[in-house]
Design a protein around this ligand. Sequence first.
Ligand code: NCD
Ligand code: ZN
Length: 351
Amino acid sequence: MPDQLRIARPDDWHLHLRDGAALAAVLPHSARQFARAIVMPNLRPPVVRVEQALAYRRRILDALPAGAAFEPLMTLYLTDTTPPEEMRRAREAGIVAIKLYPAGATTNSDAGVTDLKRVAAVLEAAEREGVVLLVHGEVTDPEVDVFDREAVFIERHLVGLRRSFPGLKIVLEHVTTKQGADYVAEAGQNTAATLTAHHLLYNRNALFAGGMRPHWYCLPILKREEHRRALVAAATSGSGRFFLGTDSAPHASALKEHASGCAGCYTGLHALELYAQAFDGAGKLDRLEGFASFHGADFYGLPRNAGTATLRREAWTVPEVLPFGEAELKPLAGGETLAWRLVAADIGSSQ
Ligand code: NCD
Ligand code: ZN
């Protein structure tokens, strides 16, 4: 078994960086792990216009530690009232994607889309301009069981969306079910999916092991073991349409350990090590590089990174608590031992 793994420098195709003191706290972790990241626009207020995205990008760059090489790839939050012209302006400004949150589906999604018909003209413009559509694929219908919301979203909305805009690149984000993985595998070259480390490593039992564990609570929620296995199979399949997206979503620990706890797992600190653990567990470490470093860039039509990241088989313990502005942040699996450690990141000559 190899004890060292060197891969091309990876990217994170779904990341929450927040803003202000929280941004300053988590950004160094992501910049150490990844060369680029698709930055989610669910701030308060949401990032709905090109100017807001460019100002947010500037705040991210200003918060980078000296010497870090990290490129934030910006996204716009799609609302019922996004003007179609915003898609051309987005493309011209280098904004790569728009994010569809069904209204009320997750953290800071109140301004999301209430009916897909209302955004048809925007999606047509996105298709024309080559702006990628990122989808939080869960229905919000309270009649639908929380564990079924992804599968029902695919049936009720995604199949039709895919058919209406065949040229639109769609990423079904943080896929959590066998239905999601199967759908994407069969949906053709313009449909892809990101997979989080936590959905590859854990099933829903993790939420309740030894008591209710809020740090394992995220949306979409962890599913049954059969789904986890299907996700691992998709991630390690070698298919270019499955790639890494941490969905690292930091919340102050007091807001997660709460009567109405926030959804989101913090993995920005140790994402690559968590993915290595999942791929190693499947005996597929040789597939990690494609998943982490090539497939996403290829799907987005962006160049692959020049640098490298080196992981070593070396046990280390995930810290239990990290500073988070005035608050505290608890990383997923804090206090647990991981088998792989990121020991070096070489940023390459072209960055
Ligand atoms: C995300 C957050 O906290 O912003 N939470 C989560 O559970 N993943 C929102 C999201 O991506 O759904
Ligand atoms: Zn997310």
